[in-house]
Design a protein around this ligand. Structure first.
Ligand SMILES: Cc1cc2nc3c(=O)[nH]c(=O)nc-3n(C[C@H](O)[C@H](O)[C@H](O)COP(=O)(O)OP(=O)(O)OC[C@H]3O[C@@H](n4cnc5c(N)ncnc54)[C@H](O)[C@@H]3O)c2cc1C
Length: 288
């Protein structure tokens, strides 16, 4: 299908982009890599009258260190993330996840900002951001504010973004040296969205789990932070009993839709398996 008519804008600064979005209100949408928005427009699920292309705004691109955090500009592509030495050494979970998104063509165009701002429960990065304790910088006509990833997602395609706001950057606190991490994603084929996926970061001390964070992709209308599941393994040696308790607690908050990827029961079942696998792989990678 062909999208409806729209007017195309390509501002050179964030301030100009915010002004355009504020002026056109509900009729305007930011355009990043276009790999979620353009398909939606072709299906006429989205019919913006104004597209505000963010690709000429240099301040939205790049990865830099800010104290104990890495700050990633919204227009940084998944491909840039995979190529970054800083990400590989400090945030390997991000690189592992980016490599599981779609295929190289999509990753060359798709941006981190577009992936986390989209609000599609099938996007992989939002749960990873929750597990890492990331926050999003939102810039609008009234200034900037920071929103934790764990508070950003309100429903399928509903987020904390207010009309006129642009997500300009993602700030991720650097995990402890020697932390363990894993993103386990079940998909029907290479390039597919997750049937179910789980992100885990943890630290070990003296053979026991010292800290743990677990988040889930495509197992509800929004990404989920599985706090009870994480609490179930802290202080344990991650024995079978602790893993079973974490899986049970994680399944208790899952509520996936039945779709072409399976029934709700099936997806909840495999969601638990993703949690167990991610916990084991993260622990195997952690220094104890
Ligand atoms: C074949 C295919 C397979 C895919 N498989 C996966 C997959 O396995 N996992 C996965 O996670 N994704 C997958 N995707 C989606 C892909 O990762 C998208 O590129 C990504 O979700 C959106 O990023 P984008 O830069 O293309 O954003 P766009 O499509 O340009 O925008 C997406 C939405 O976010 C808004 N937006 C974009 N940037 C900003 C911003 N800075 N501030 C505020 N709002 C903004 C837009 O207005 C739009 O509503 C797939 C896409 C395709 C085409």
């Amino acid at each position: 299908m062909i999208p409806g008519e729209f007017e195309y804008h390509r501002p050179a600064s964030l301030a100009d982009a915010v002004k355009l979005l504020a002026d056109f209100g509900d009729e305007a949408r930011p355009l990043a890599g276009g790999h979620s928005l353009i398909p939606m427009m072709k299906l006429r699920f989205a019919t913006p009258e104004h597209l505000v292309d963010l690709s000429a705004i240099d301040s939205l691109k790049g990865i830099c260190r800010d104290g104990d955090a890495l700050v990633i500009g919204a227009m940084t592509t998944q491909s840039d993330i995979i190529a970054s030495a800083d990400i590989a050494s400090h945030l390997p979970l991000l690189r592992e996840t980016a490599l599981l998104i779609a295929d190289p063509q999509v990753r060359y165009m798709g941006t981190l900002g577009g992936n986390v701002a989209n609000g599609d429960p099938g996007n992989d990065m939002p749960a990873v951001m929750m597990a890492l304790g990331a926050s999003y910088r939102l810039e609008g006509p009234d200034g900037a504010r920071d929103v934790p990833a764990s508070e950003f997602y309100q429903g399928a395609y509903f987020t904390a973004l207010e009309p006129g706001e642009i997500l300009s950057a993602v700030s991720i606190p650097l995990p402890a040296q020697g932390h363990g991490y894993a993103y386990e994603k079940l998909k029907r084929k290479v390039g597919d969205y997750a049937t179910a996926a789980a992100a885990v970061t943890l630290t070990m001390a003296g053979g026991k789990v010292a800290t743990c964070s677990i988040a889930l992709t495509n197992l509800s209308e929004t990404p989920l932070l599985a706090e009870d599941a994480a609490a179930a393994v802290v202080g344990t040696s991650l024995d079978d009993q602790a893993i079973a308790a974490a899986v049970e607690a994680a399944r208790a908050i899952m509520n996936p839709a039945a779709d072409a990827r399976g029934t709700s029961e099936y997806r909840t079942h495999v969601g638990g398996i993703m949690v167990a696998r991610a916990l084991k792989r993260a622990a195997a990678r952690a220094a104890s």
